[in-house]
Design a binder for this molecule. Structure first.
Ligand SMILES: [Zn+2]
Length: 237
Protein backbone atom coordinates (compact mmCIF):
# COMPACT_ATOMS: atom_id res chain seq x y z
CA UNK A 1 0.00 0.00 0.00
CA UNK A 2 1.15 3.48 -0.78
CA UNK A 3 0.59 5.64 2.28
CA UNK A 4 -0.08 8.68 0.11
CA UNK A 5 -3.07 6.96 -1.51
CA UNK A 6 -4.88 5.41 1.45
CA UNK A 7 -7.36 6.89 3.92
CA UNK A 8 -6.97 7.26 7.66
CA UNK A 9 -9.36 4.32 8.11
CA UNK A 10 -7.33 2.14 5.75
CA UNK A 11 -4.19 3.16 7.60
CA UNK A 12 -5.79 2.12 10.90
CA UNK A 13 -6.64 -1.28 9.42
CA UNK A 14 -3.13 -1.63 7.98
CA UNK A 15 -1.71 -1.35 11.49
CA UNK A 16 -3.07 -4.78 12.39
CA UNK A 17 -2.28 -6.40 9.05
CA UNK A 18 1.06 -4.92 8.07
CA UNK A 19 4.36 -5.00 9.91
CA UNK A 20 6.82 -3.33 7.59
CA UNK A 21 7.20 0.26 6.46
CA UNK A 22 9.48 1.15 3.58
CA UNK A 23 10.85 4.66 3.34
CA UNK A 24 12.10 5.39 -0.19
CA UNK A 25 14.79 8.07 -0.41
CA UNK A 26 15.91 9.71 -3.64
CA UNK A 27 18.00 12.67 -4.67
CA UNK A 28 17.71 15.59 -7.01
CA UNK A 29 20.93 15.35 -8.91
CA UNK A 30 22.54 15.74 -12.34
CA UNK A 31 22.45 12.42 -14.20
CA UNK A 32 24.13 13.30 -17.48
CA UNK A 33 22.36 14.83 -20.51
CA UNK A 34 20.03 11.83 -20.83
CA UNK A 35 18.38 11.14 -17.43
CA UNK A 36 16.03 13.23 -15.26
CA UNK A 37 17.20 14.93 -12.07
CA UNK A 38 14.91 12.76 -9.92
CA UNK A 39 16.27 9.50 -11.40
CA UNK A 40 17.25 8.18 -7.95
CA UNK A 41 13.78 8.85 -6.57
CA UNK A 42 12.01 7.29 -9.56
CA UNK A 43 14.07 4.08 -9.56
CA UNK A 44 13.61 3.24 -5.88
CA UNK A 45 10.01 4.48 -5.58
CA UNK A 46 8.91 2.48 -8.63
CA UNK A 47 10.64 -0.62 -7.23
CA UNK A 48 8.74 -0.06 -3.96
CA UNK A 49 5.47 0.26 -5.88
CA UNK A 50 6.05 -3.10 -7.60
CA UNK A 51 7.00 -4.58 -4.23
CA UNK A 52 3.81 -3.31 -2.61
CA UNK A 53 1.73 -5.19 -5.20
CA UNK A 54 3.41 -8.45 -4.25
CA UNK A 55 3.67 -8.31 -0.46
CA UNK A 56 1.73 -6.54 2.29
CA UNK A 57 3.83 -3.53 3.22
CA UNK A 58 3.37 0.18 3.68
CA UNK A 59 5.38 2.40 1.37
CA UNK A 60 5.86 5.81 2.96
CA UNK A 61 5.64 8.91 0.79
CA UNK A 62 9.20 9.23 -0.51
CA UNK A 63 11.89 11.71 0.44
CA UNK A 64 12.80 13.38 -2.86
CA UNK A 65 16.03 14.99 -1.67
CA UNK A 66 19.37 13.54 -0.64
CA UNK A 67 22.96 14.53 -0.01
CA UNK A 68 24.94 14.71 -3.26
CA UNK A 69 28.70 15.28 -3.07
CA UNK A 70 30.25 14.26 -6.38
CA UNK A 71 27.71 15.98 -8.60
CA UNK A 72 27.38 19.01 -6.32
CA UNK A 73 28.65 21.65 -8.80
CA UNK A 74 26.64 20.28 -11.74
CA UNK A 75 23.50 22.06 -12.95
CA UNK A 76 20.35 20.70 -11.34
CA UNK A 77 21.88 19.07 -8.27
CA UNK A 78 19.88 20.27 -5.26
CA UNK A 79 21.56 18.67 -2.29
CA UNK A 80 20.53 18.79 1.36
CA UNK A 81 22.86 18.67 4.37
CA UNK A 82 23.53 15.33 6.04
CA UNK A 83 22.33 16.51 9.46
CA UNK A 84 19.02 17.57 7.90
CA UNK A 85 18.65 14.25 6.06
CA UNK A 86 19.37 12.32 9.27
CA UNK A 87 16.89 14.43 11.27
CA UNK A 88 14.22 14.09 8.59
CA UNK A 89 14.57 10.29 8.35
CA UNK A 90 14.65 10.04 12.16
CA UNK A 91 11.46 12.11 12.37
CA UNK A 92 9.66 10.03 9.76
CA UNK A 93 10.66 6.78 11.52
CA UNK A 94 9.47 8.22 14.86
CA UNK A 95 6.08 9.00 13.36
CA UNK A 96 5.56 5.50 11.93
CA UNK A 97 6.77 4.09 15.26
CA UNK A 98 4.18 6.26 17.05
CA UNK A 99 1.60 4.65 14.74
CA UNK A 100 2.79 1.25 16.00
CA UNK A 101 5.16 0.11 13.27
CA UNK A 102 8.49 -1.51 14.26
CA UNK A 103 10.05 -2.87 11.06
CA UNK A 104 11.69 -0.32 8.80
CA UNK A 105 13.33 -0.57 5.40
CA UNK A 106 15.14 2.62 4.41
CA UNK A 107 15.84 2.17 0.71
CA UNK A 108 17.75 4.81 -1.20
CA UNK A 109 17.89 5.27 -4.95
CA UNK A 110 20.92 7.51 -4.44
CA UNK A 111 24.08 5.56 -3.72
CA UNK A 112 26.44 8.24 -2.44
CA UNK A 113 28.59 7.02 0.45
CA UNK A 114 28.09 10.08 2.68
CA UNK A 115 24.34 10.12 1.98
CA UNK A 116 24.09 6.42 2.82
CA UNK A 117 26.09 6.91 6.04
CA UNK A 118 23.59 9.52 7.28
CA UNK A 119 20.71 7.11 6.62
CA UNK A 120 22.46 4.42 8.67
CA UNK A 121 23.17 6.99 11.38
CA UNK A 122 19.47 7.90 11.58
CA UNK A 123 18.67 4.21 12.18
CA UNK A 124 21.46 3.93 14.77
CA UNK A 125 20.20 7.00 16.64
CA UNK A 126 16.66 5.59 16.66
CA UNK A 127 17.86 2.20 17.94
CA UNK A 128 19.59 3.89 20.87
CA UNK A 129 16.14 5.02 22.04
CA UNK A 130 14.09 2.07 20.78
CA UNK A 131 16.24 -1.07 20.58
CA UNK A 132 13.22 -3.21 19.69
CA UNK A 133 12.84 -1.50 16.31
CA UNK A 134 14.33 -3.31 13.32
CA UNK A 135 16.10 -1.75 10.37
CA UNK A 136 17.28 -2.64 6.91
CA UNK A 137 19.19 0.25 5.34
CA UNK A 138 20.65 0.03 1.85
CA UNK A 139 21.02 1.87 -1.42
CA UNK A 140 19.91 0.48 -4.77
CA UNK A 141 23.42 0.11 -6.16
CA UNK A 142 24.53 -2.08 -3.23
CA UNK A 143 21.42 -4.20 -3.66
CA UNK A 144 21.84 -4.58 -7.43
CA UNK A 145 25.52 -5.60 -7.49
CA UNK A 146 24.90 -9.38 -7.47
CA UNK A 147 22.35 -9.03 -10.29
CA UNK A 148 24.55 -6.72 -12.37
CA UNK A 149 27.08 -9.55 -12.55
CA UNK A 150 24.38 -11.93 -13.69
CA UNK A 151 23.50 -9.83 -16.77
CA UNK A 152 27.06 -8.79 -17.52
CA UNK A 153 27.03 -5.18 -16.29
CA UNK A 154 30.45 -4.29 -14.83
CA UNK A 155 30.46 -3.30 -11.16
CA UNK A 156 32.13 0.03 -11.88
CA UNK A 157 29.00 1.10 -13.79
CA UNK A 158 27.36 3.15 -11.07
CA UNK A 159 25.76 6.43 -12.11
CA UNK A 160 23.65 7.39 -15.14
CA UNK A 161 25.22 4.38 -16.87
CA UNK A 162 24.01 0.97 -18.03
CA UNK A 163 21.91 -0.15 -15.06
CA UNK A 164 20.43 3.22 -14.14
CA UNK A 165 19.40 4.02 -17.72
CA UNK A 166 17.99 0.49 -18.02
CA UNK A 167 15.79 1.10 -14.97
CA UNK A 168 14.49 4.44 -16.26
CA UNK A 169 13.95 2.92 -19.75
CA UNK A 170 11.82 0.29 -18.03
CA UNK A 171 9.89 2.56 -15.64
CA UNK A 172 9.75 5.95 -17.37
CA UNK A 173 11.02 5.64 -20.96
CA UNK A 174 9.56 9.02 -21.95
CA UNK A 175 12.03 10.70 -19.55
CA UNK A 176 15.16 9.33 -21.26
CA UNK A 177 16.51 12.12 -23.50
CA UNK A 178 18.91 10.65 -26.02
CA UNK A 179 21.53 8.04 -25.26
CA UNK A 180 24.25 9.79 -23.27
CA UNK A 181 27.83 8.52 -23.64
CA UNK A 182 30.33 6.34 -21.81
CA UNK A 183 32.34 8.22 -19.20
CA UNK A 184 34.03 7.81 -15.82
CA UNK A 185 35.17 10.29 -13.18
CA UNK A 186 38.80 10.89 -12.42
CA UNK A 187 38.75 11.97 -8.77
CA UNK A 188 42.17 11.85 -7.08
CA UNK A 189 41.90 9.14 -4.43
CA UNK A 190 41.28 10.27 -0.81
CA UNK A 191 41.32 13.93 -1.79
CA UNK A 192 38.31 16.03 -0.86
CA UNK A 193 38.17 18.67 -3.56
CA UNK A 194 36.09 21.80 -4.08
CA UNK A 195 36.28 21.77 -7.86
CA UNK A 196 34.58 18.43 -8.41
CA UNK A 197 33.47 19.41 -11.90
CA UNK A 198 37.10 19.37 -13.04
CA UNK A 199 37.27 15.63 -12.32
CA UNK A 200 33.74 14.68 -13.28
CA UNK A 201 32.08 17.14 -15.67
CA UNK A 202 29.56 14.69 -17.18
CA UNK A 203 27.81 13.10 -14.20
CA UNK A 204 28.09 9.74 -16.03
CA UNK A 205 29.87 6.81 -14.40
CA UNK A 206 29.46 3.85 -16.72
CA UNK A 207 28.14 3.10 -20.18
CA UNK A 208 24.55 4.16 -20.88
CA UNK A 209 24.86 3.02 -24.52
CA UNK A 210 24.47 -0.59 -23.40
CA UNK A 211 21.28 0.04 -21.44
CA UNK A 212 17.97 -1.57 -22.36
CA UNK A 213 14.43 -1.82 -21.06
CA UNK A 214 14.87 -5.61 -20.92
CA UNK A 215 17.87 -5.34 -18.59
CA UNK A 216 15.86 -2.94 -16.44
CA UNK A 217 13.02 -5.44 -16.21
CA UNK A 218 15.34 -8.27 -15.15
CA UNK A 219 17.02 -6.09 -12.50
CA UNK A 220 13.66 -5.02 -11.07
CA UNK A 221 12.42 -8.61 -10.91
CA UNK A 222 15.58 -9.79 -9.14
CA UNK A 223 15.58 -6.85 -6.72
CA UNK A 224 11.90 -7.28 -5.84
CA UNK A 225 12.41 -11.02 -5.20
CA UNK A 226 15.39 -10.25 -2.97
CA UNK A 227 13.51 -7.60 -0.99
CA UNK A 228 10.50 -9.86 -0.44
CA UNK A 229 12.88 -12.43 1.08
CA UNK A 230 14.47 -9.81 3.34
CA UNK A 231 11.10 -8.40 4.46
CA UNK A 232 9.81 -11.89 5.33
CA UNK A 233 13.04 -12.73 7.12
CA UNK A 234 12.73 -9.63 9.34
CA UNK A 235 9.02 -10.21 9.98
CA UNK A 236 9.63 -13.83 11.01
CA UNK A 237 12.49 -12.99 13.37
ZN1 LIG B 1 21.40 8.00 -9.67
Amino acid sequence: MLVEEITSEEFEKAKSEIKTVIIPVGSIEAHGPHLPLATDLYTIYEVCKVLSQKIKILVAPPVYYGLCRSTYPLAGTISIKGELLKALIFNIISEFYRQNFRNFFILSGHAGGTHSAYLIDAAEAFLELHPEAKFFVANIYQLLIPFLKEIGIPERDSHAGEWEVSLIKYFKPHLVKGEGFEDYPDFPKFRVVADKKKYWPSGIWGNPLKASEKKGKILVERLVQFLIKEIKRMEEE
